[in-house]
Unconditional design. Structure first.
Length: 170
């Protein structure tokens, strides 16, 4: 009789240890899922910060910025410089030159579109819609950062309101 009682106590002990191990394992899985979600959120935030930093850098490039008598405007893009720069990048993309490598190092796999919103909005390429840079990657992220910019036309000496959309590919 005492042998059966010892076997029963041994079986109970094994079941208790088994359940404790299952609880510990479930806790570890829940913690790892929470930690994975946290890491993905941090990765998304870092990617958004890089996109915003890229857009801020673009708006202050000498190749694009507005300047009147040497004074530059904040977040202002010269439309004539923009058109010349767009053509320059298109030509360098076809010829695999130093310029293509230089701008690829700065802009990576991204697409940068500048749209004039006010006073015109006909979505005419080269008039109020410019694809400044496009180097697609394997997949496009769902994060798009839009930054308002001022567009200056030095020929007519007028300003317009525009949006710079920055898409980043992975």
């Amino acid at each position: 009789m005492s042998n059966r009682k010892a076997q029963l106590q041994m079986t109970e002990t094994i079941f208790v240890v088994f359940f404790i191990l299952i609880i510990i394992l479930l806790g570890f899985v829940a913690y790892s899922k929470f930690h994975e979600h946290h890491l993905l959120e941090q990765k998304k935030n870092l990617r958004n910060m890089r996109i915003i930093e890229l857009a801020q850098r673009l708006s202050s490039w000498p190749e694009l910025e507005c300047s009147v008598l040497g004074a530059t405007d904040f977040l202002c893009i010269d439309i004539t410089k923009l058109m010349v720069f767009e053509d320059f990048l298109a030509e360098s993309r076809n010829q695999s030159t130093y310029a293509q490598n230089y701008y690829f190092d700065l802009l990576k796999k991204s697409r940068i579109v500048i749209t004039e919103v006010y006073p015109y909005n006909t979505h005419t390429p080269g008039r109020d819609y410019w694809v400044l840079y496009e180097h697609p990657g394997a997949t496009k992220t769902t994060d798009i950062v839009s930054i308002p910019v001022s567009l200056y036309n030095p020929i007519t000496r007028t300003y317009a309101f525009g949006i710079m959309d920055v898409f980043v590919y992975e």
